[in-house]
Design a protein around this ligand. Structure first.
Ligand SMILES: [Zn+2]
Length: 125
């Protein structure tokens, strides 16, 4: 079987932000507030046979550790490249941080589970 498979690894971080979005009528976005975020990194590749694996899940560990050092308990607006820390921009930020060190990166998803909100950035073919 020559199937295409996707592996995903999730991690969480707690962070604060404020958003001054054009067109938003929610004044709460502008105030400093925090969220619990759930992020997912997905890699895609071909599985050659039953014994072949795409990658070791442990390979995600140093990448996630590095991301958590920057994102966890941070004021997201202060991070370089993340002036407006929307979910969309958080996906792009994470993508830019890991794209050169995570072969096969296919998608980055960031969610605010307690708000029932998520955004998924899927990298084009
Ligand atoms: Zn918010």
């Amino acid at each position: 079987m020559n199937a295409e498979i996707t592996l995903s690894r999730t991690f969480t971080f707690e962070a604060a932000h404020s958003l001054n979005l054009k067109g938003s009528t929610d004044e709460g976005y502008k105030r400093l507030h925090g969220h619990s975020f759930l992020a997912t990194l997905s890699v895609k590749g071909k599985k050659a046979d039953i014994d072949h694996w795409l990658m070791d899940f442990g390979s995600f560990d140093p990448i996630i550790e590095s991301l958590k050092e920057k994102l966890d308990h941070a004021y997201l607006n202060e991070l370089d490249g993340l002036v407006s820390p929307t979910l969309e921009n958080l996906c792009s930020y994470i993508y830019n941080e890991v794209t050169t060190i995570l072969p096969g990166l296919h998608a980055v998803e960031v969610a605010r589970p307690t708000c029932n909100q998520s955004c998924k950035l899927v990298i084009g073919e």
